[in-house]
Design a protein around this ligand. Structure first.
Ligand SMILES: Cc1ncc(COP(=O)(O)O)c(C=O)c1O
Length: 434
C-alpha cells in the first residue's frame, strides 16, 4: 500500500493549525463601549471609531487620508468613481486575481481589460499592461497578490506617460511596504478589504487610503449618500450611496491593527524558513524573493508545482497534500475571464452593449499556467505557529513529491478528487474543518 494519506496511508499531520481570525481581550471592551454609546452606525461621517481607525491605518501606510467603507469591493467601486471612471472607460486589471477586482470596474461603469501576470510574482506584468493601452484606457488597477507586490516603478512611468490613474488593490497586503512606501500609498489610491480571511478583519469591511485631497473629498461624498465632505474644498457634488462602515467593525479593527506588526513578523520568519525547506525539494519552487519588498505582508504563502514529466496534475498534488493534513488550494483564483462567477454580459453590463468585449477570446497564458498547473496556495494562518509546523508542511510536500509515482498509477481512481468549479466551492469550504 502507498504511504500517501490520500491512498490510505498515515497523514504527516493530524493536529489543526492556529485558529483564525485572532482577537484580543480588549476587543470585548471596545465593542461594549460602542454598544453603550448607542451610536452604532457610520453616520455622521466620520464616526468616532471609524475616524480614529482610518487615521491610524492611513498613517501606518504613509497616506494622508483614510476612509472606512463597507467592504473591499465597495472600496474599489467608490475609488474608481472618485478617479473619474466613466461609462465605457477601460481599466487595466490583471487576469489572475479575485473576481471582485474586475467586477468593481463593471459596477463603476467601466470595462475591465485583462492583462497577464509576471511568472515570478504573479502580479500584473508591465509589458502586458503596456500592450493593453488604448485611447479609452483611464486607469491601471494592479493587485499586490498573495505575498508579492506589482512592480510599481514601471507601472507608474507607464501611467504618467499616458495620463492614467493608478488604483492599488491591496486586499492582500495590510502593513506591507514596497521600496519603503506603504501599500496603497504608491499609486493615487489604495483599497483594502477586511473580509474574514484577510490579514486584518472585522468579518467584513474595507478602507481606501490616498494622499490626494480632491479624491478624498469625492470619496467621502461617494460613500455618504452624496453629502458634502468634511472640508468640502473642491465642492464636488456626486451621486453617492451608503457605503459606510459600522462602529462595531471599526472598533474591532483597532485591535487588529495592534496585532498586525507582530503577526506579520511571525509570518515573514516562517515563510523564509519554508522557502529554504522547499528549495531543497525537487519538483517544487518557492517564488523567488522580490528585492523591492521592504516589509512583507503574506496573505497566502504561494509556491509552484513543477515536477518533471507532469504525470500528476497539480490539482491531484494539492488533494494529496491536503490529505496529509496541510490546508492548501490550487484553484484559489482562476483567470477572471474564465471564472464561472464572472457573468459579464451585455444584458447585465450596459457598457458592454456600447463597447462590446468577447471575454471568451481572452488568453493570458501565464495566468492560466498559474491557475491550472502550477500554483499551490497555503493560507496565512499556517505560518502563525511554531517551527515544527513549518517543518511538517515541508515534510508533507516532500512526501507527496517522493510518491508521485503512486499518485500517477492511482489517478483514474481519484477522478472524484478533481478540483471543483468556483460556483461549487462554498460546499467544499463548509466541509473543511480548519
Ligand atoms: C484581491 C482582492 N480584491 C478585492 C477583494 C474584495 O474584498 P471584499 O471581499 O471585502 O469585498 C478581495 C477579497 O475578497 C480580494 O482578495
Amino acid at each position: 500500500m502507498s504511504e500517501l494519506a490520500i491512498l490510505g496511508g498515515n497523514p504527516v499531520r493530524r493536529r489543526p493549525f492556529p485558529a483564525w481570525p485572532k482577537y484580543l481581550p480588549s476587543d470585548a471592551q471596545r465593542l461594549q463601549q460602542v454598544l453603550e454609546s448607542r451610536h452604532w452606525g457610520g453616520y455622521p461621517l466620520p464616526s468616532r471609531w471609524c475616524g480614529e481607525f482610518a487615521d491610524r491605518f492611513a498613517a501606518m501606510h504613509g497616506a494622508r487620508y483614510g476612509l472606512c467603507v463597507a467592504n473591499g469591493t465597495i472600496a474599489l467601486i467608490a475609488t474608481l468613481q472618485a478617479a473619474g471612471i466613466r461609462f465605457g472607460d477601460e481599466v487595466i486589471v490583471p487576469a489572475y486575481t479575485w473576481d471582485g477586482t474586475a467586477t468593481a470596474v463593471l459596477f463603476a461603469g467601466g470595462v475591465p481589460v485583462f492583462t497577464d501576470i509576471d511568472p515570478d510574482t504573479y502580479c500584473l506584468d508591465l509589458e502586458s499592461a503596456r500592450k493593453a493601452i488604448t485611447p479609452r484606457t483611464r486607469a491601471i488597477l494592479p493587485v499586490h497578490l498573495a505575498m508579492r507586490f506589482a512592480e510599481m516603478e514601471g507601472l507608474q512611468a507607464l501611467a504618467s506617460e499616458h495620463g492614467l490613474a493608478i488604483i492599488e488593490d491591496c486586499a492582500h497586503v495590510h502593513g506591507g511596504q514596497y521600496r519603503g512606501h506603504g501599500a496603497g500609498s504608491i499609486g493615487d489610491l489604495g483599497c483594502f478589504s477586511f473580509q474574514e480571511s484577510k490579514l486584518m478583519t472585522a468579518g467584513e469591511g474595507g478602507i481606501v487610503v490616498t494622499s490626494n485631497l480632491q479624491f478624498f473629498e469625492h470619496l467621502q461624498s461617494q460613500v455618504n449618500c452624496g453629502r458634502a465632505s468634511t472640508t468640502d474644498q473642491f465642492q464636488q457634488r456626486v451621486l453617492g450611496s451608503n457605503y459606510r462602515m459600522t462602529e462595531f467593525q471599526a472598533a474591532m479593527l483597532i485591535g487588529q491593527l495592534e496585532m498586525l506588526p507582530e503577526l506579520s513578523d511571525r509570518r515573514a520568519r516562517a515563510a523564509a524558513r519554508l522557502s529554504n525547506a522547499l528549495a531543497t525539494i525537487p519538483g517544487v519552487r518557492p517564488l523567488p524573493p522580490q528585492p523591492g519588498i521592504t516589509r512583507e505582508a503574506i496573505y497566502c504563502y504561494v509556491f509552484q508545482y513543477r515536477p518533471e514529466g507532469r504525470q500528476v496534475a497539480r490539482d491531484l498534488f494539492v488533494a494529496a497534500l491536503e490529505a496529509e493534513g496541510i490546508p492548501c488550494d490550487g484553484r484559489f483564483y482562476e483567470p477572471v475571464y474564465r471564472s464561472d462567477l464572472f457573468h459579464a454580459t451585455p444584458e447585465n453590463c450596459p457598457q458592454l452593449r456600447d463597447y462590446p468585449v468577447d471575454y471568451s477570446n481572452v488568453r493570458c497564458p501565464v495566468s492560466e499556467r498559474a491557475a491550472y498547473e502550477e500554483s499551490v496556495w497555503l493560507p496565512q494562518f499556517l505560518l502563525l505557529g511554531e517551527d515544527h509546523d513549518v517543518e511538517e508542511i515541508a515534510d508533507a510536500v516532500g512526501k507527496v513529491i517522493r510518491n508521485l509515482g503512486d499518485l500517477a498509477k492511482a489517478d483514474p481512481a481519484l477522478a472524484g478528487v478533481k478540483a471543483m468549479s468556483r460556483a461549487e466551492r462554498p460546499r467544499r469550504e463548509r466541509a473543511r474543518n480548519y
